[in-house]
Design a protein around this ligand. Sequence first.
Ligand code: GUN
Ligand code: ZN
Length: 438
Amino acid sequence: MTRAWRGAILSVSHDPALDPAAVRHEADGLLVVEDGIVVARGPFADLAERFADVPVERLDGLIVPGFVDCHVHYPQMDSMAAHGEQLLDWLERHIFPAERAFADPAHARAVAGVFCDELLRNGTTSALVFPTVHAHSVDALFEAAMARAMRLVGGKVLMDWGPPGLCDTVETARAETEALIAKWRGRGRLGYAITPRFALTSSDDQLAMAGDLLARHRDVLLHTHLSENTRECAQVRARFTDARDYLDVYDRFGLVGARSVFAHGIHLSGHECARLAESGAGIAVCPSSNLFLGSGMFDFTQAAEFGVRLGLGSDVGAGTTFSLLHTAGLAYQAGLARGHRLDPFRALWLATAAGAALLHVEDRVGALGEGQEADFVLLDPAATPLLARRTRGAALAETLFALQVLGDDRAVSRTYVMGRCAWDRDTARFHPFSEPGP
Ligand code: GUN
Ligand code: ZN
């Protein structure tokens, strides 16, 4: 089935700071989709004749690629806005109790469904997700993602040194991870990530086992936390006395490579940045979380100097918003506090194609290019009275920046997954992939 949408289309396929031609914009564009794949995109005037037989729907607003959230915890969505603590105390007081409740598979299934809907409501169509230590929490997530045809990556959390009630062992972690990879490999649009929680909740033997799994499964990612909070960093230094730095702890266990995604990276040395760049590993930058937990602010200038690969993450539940649009606006503010001016087109790239590259799916999603999967979002520059005033008559860069700073889920009027409308703000309806959509 072939369908087309006419409207303003914007995407950023690679880093516009290195190549301004990365920005692709059609003020009056046509996006032609066949069986969920983009078959043509360009100015309406150029394509109209070729696709004269295809039904065209006009979309008012700005069409951008679906957002790619490079770091988010689905079991923490009901723990957002927990008052009072920084990372380690916040984990003990708020997060570990919430994650213990996922021992119940029915609870995991219920939360996973609401979580996927919340991603869609915010325009996020792909994500790298932390479940819990329970293997069935991965099943719940993947089942919810498949029902919505979403492109999600995740894996059972490894934490043999976790708190009571949330521990696995080296052996159970290996066996459950192997079983989950075998069960879910090649299904839907899903991917697997070996997921040690962070250095402090795994024994040396478990980190070594994670490295072994990563080496033996070339199609999976590595997903963990790195250098987020000063107290966490001090505890890592105290435990791993012969490691050169935090990243080196992971490196010694074979966990640093092009398939590795590390959340945060707030307190990185030059040596760590150089090693990240050399290995091709990426950082998921999570500004709303870093502000909320008082962790600090990401140093975009240092990352650019070394050529560290980046994406954006919401890090819900430390993060305060599911919206990667709003996260882009917060990335600007966090960057400016450390002397960096994040350009709005570069911020859009970080929220889309750059994230897709960290997840190794940049050939599939992130830029709305011909041959890519048709995951896209219709943004409404007049979503609120304030946005309407601020964007009236504004140039594209100004409109995009206003959407990032002032916008959030309210500015997502529709989310499309594989060319089908999955969320429609104006009717407040989700459309499951199994049912005929609008
Ligand atoms: N470090 C280890 N676990 C977590 C977590 O759940 N959230 C955040 N923000 N950092 C972590
Ligand atoms: Zn996190």
